[in-house]
Design a protein around this ligand. Structure first.
Ligand SMILES: [Zn+2]
Length: 262
């Protein structure tokens, strides 16, 4: 037991038990994760002003598709510290707790707004990355796709921009920028998962970025129970069966333990 777990109040423990019962009885769960599940791994919420990543740039000015096309170097300068943090980050207890619940058959799908790949590194298999991934790059000239590993360390440690071996254009990480459509097949799968689940767990997302923030509404329309664990309020708090204000790295391991022990 670490200090944080000792601080769990009786009230929070009741909510954890309620959440665990919902997950156990539904046996068909979907999770939506946001930046809050990766901040305990040291990755700043790159959409939040004041998180450090935004100190020098307005995200709309650098992290949009048109900005990338006109000034890819400026995008890469902005992206560099985030990419470095992601490369060095490790999964935290929240990621592992979800992987345990998936292996035990309680979770069918993890939908994530994160691009860091930490769910997969923790052992989760059914992960839908609706905001794209750092794992691959696409040429903005000829649309060839390349695995990131061929380019990432020279970019991170030597500052060499990734360029297409065929046409020498700068390669764009396959992360979804402002103005870009979500990956279509992934988005369709995410919607379907939300229409068929018995319980939906929102973990570490403030539900502010659309269209992903509308997914829990789909689950509610299809009579799923909603559990929300997040530090700050969300627009669906009043419709949640269980609402826990807290750090997902503290709360999720306790929920998964309670489910497994049930
Ligand atoms: Zn190319």
């Amino acid at each position: 037991m670490n200090a944080n777990q000792n601080e769990i109040s009786a009230e929070i423990q009741d909510l954890i038990n309620m959440a665990a019962r919902l997950i156990s009885s539904a046996r068909c769960g979907v999770v939506l994760t946001g930046a809050g599940i990766s901040t305990p791994s040291g990755i700043p919420d790159f959409r939040t002003p004041g998180s450090g990543i935004w100190s020098y740039f307005n995200p709309m000015e650098v992290a949009s598709l048109s900005a990338f096309r006109y000034q890819p170097e400026k995008f890469l300068t902005w992206f560099h510290p985030l990419a470095k943090k992601i490369l060095q980050a490790l999964p935290n207890p929240a990621h592992y707790a979800l992987a345990i619940l998936e292996k035990a058959g309680y979770l069918q799908t993890i939908i994530t707004q994160n691009i860091d790949g930490l769910h997969q590194r923790a052992g989760s298999e059914q992960v839908l990355e609706v905001h794209g991934t750092m794992e691959s790059l696409t040429c903005i000239g000829c649309y060839s796709k390349y695995p990131s590993e061929d380019f990432i360390s020279s970019f991170i440690y030597k500052g060499i921009p990734p360029r297409c071996p065929d046409c020498d254009q700068i390669l764009k990480p396959d992360v979804i920028l402002f103005e870009e459509q979500l990956p279509k097949q992934t988005w369709l799968k995410a919607q379907k998962a939300c229409q068929t689940c018995g319980v939906m767990l929102v973990a570490g997302s403030s539900l502010e970025v659309t269209p992903v923030a509308t997914l829990p509404q789909r689950a509610l329309e299809n009579h799923a129970k909603l559990i929300i664990i997040n530090q700050s309020p969300t627009y669906l708090d009043s419709l949640a069966e269980v609402r826990i204000q807290g750090d997902v790295a503290d709360v999720l391991p306790l929920i998964s333990q309670a489910v497994i022990d049930d």
